[in-house]
Design a protein around this ligand. Structure first.
Ligand SMILES: [Zn+2]
Length: 335
């Protein structure tokens, strides 16, 4: 494949370069005053890296996904397919070029600029999870926004990795925002008795007490079908939590499904949507929701963004066999 048919413009012509060979080129460069090639190879190792934001357009909306951080979790099994044989879970991982020893989870809040409002979906892990997570506020600034600009914060559900970034040191991070959360979700998590119960949900409910309850008079409590603004509509998607809400976005005929934690893993949740995920609070409902949302995205060819899909967390869904396949987005939104 040829990308550039123009002839070299330097004094060292293509023909000469081919005749000289590598040694000849080096001596030619030295005699011309350039540094020897070997000196160019030394640079410090900087470690793996990931972008911290990813912006694209959807009709008149501008959408940015942010990387709040990542977490490596050991043990793919039983996190996924706890009711299956471990060999079968490992087999799916291997077939998809994934290690069987564990998995990495991305955390990707989404900012939507409608042109009139700046709307943030979920707030990341917050200060207590730094340095690996809790990086949303910094990523926002890196992408050209300030927390003060955010008009509406929408919370898909009340798990700590979605509400942890609502405040820092007791002060709201988004001081000018109003909030939207699911009515069922709030009613489940907000009673003080749950935080004081000492049960398995108590520590999560305590975070709701410190991070959500103080904002209650600024929260609008949503049900299925309500609109955040024109073009952004709540979609009931319970199972992961009792009142989880996904959102359907549409601008100028372009659509996007923002599904929070309804579908978490790019392989297991797609290919084996009925397999158990230990993060779901109601397995039966979570599996039914997965099949419903994946089926809708596949049938209508709606692009999706998922909070825990590998960053930048945007792609498509294809129906495949008894399940589905995640197709990460490439340049579709730039065409
Ligand atoms: Zn989550």
């Amino acid at each position: 494949m040829t990308f550039d048919k123009s002839r070299p413009t330097s004094m060292l012509t293509r023909r000469k370069a081919l005749t000289l060979g590598a040694a000849g080129i080096t001596s030619a460069l030295i005699s011309s005053g350039a540094a020897p090639l070997s000196a160019l190879a030394k640079a410090p190792m900087l470690g793996p890296s990931l972008a911290s934001h990813h912006r694209f357009t959807l009709g008149d909306f501008e959408i940015t996904t942010f990387l709040d951080g990542t977490l490596k979790i050991s043990g793919l099994f039983p996190a996924f397919g706890a009711e299956q044989f471990q060999e079968d879970v490992d087999e799916v991982a291997k077939a998809n070029f994934l290690p069987t020893s564990g998995f990495e989870m991305s955390y990707a809040p989404v900012l939507v600029n409608t042109g009139k409002e700046l709307i943030l979906f979920d707030t990341g892990n917050g200060a207590t999870k730094r340095p690996d997570r809790g990086k949303l506020a910094r990523a926002l600034k890196g992408a050209g926004y300030t927390p003060e600009q955010v008009d509406i914060v929408v919370i898909t559900h009340y798990h700590p990795d979605h509400i942890g970034g609502l405040n820092e040191g007791g002060k709201p991070i988004f001081p000018n925002a109003r909030y939207i959360a699911g009515a069922t979700e709030h009613n489940f998590w907000s009673p003080k008795q749950l935080a004081e119960s000492g049960g398995s949900l108590a520590s999560r409910a305590k975070l709701v007490q410190s991070h959500v309850v103080p904002l209650a008079d600024k929260i609008t409590f949503f049900k299925d079908g309500q609109d955040v603004v024109t073009g952004i509509r709540a979609l009931a998607s319970d199972g992961h939590t009792p009142g989880h809400l996904a959102y359907h976005l549409e601008s100028k005929g372009r659509r996007l499904l923002l599904w929070g934690d309804a579908i978490v893993h790019q392989i297991f949740s797609f290919q084996k949507p009925d397999w158990k995920f230990t993060g779901d609070m109601d397995h039966e409902k979570a599996a039914a929701t997965r099949v419903k949302l994946l089926g809708m995205a596949a049938a209508d060819r709606i692009p999706v963004t998922g909070y825990h899909l590998p960053f930048p967390s945007v792609g498509y869904v294809e129906a495949l066999g008894e399940g589905f396949r995640f197709v990460p987005a490439s340049y579709q939104f730039r065409m």
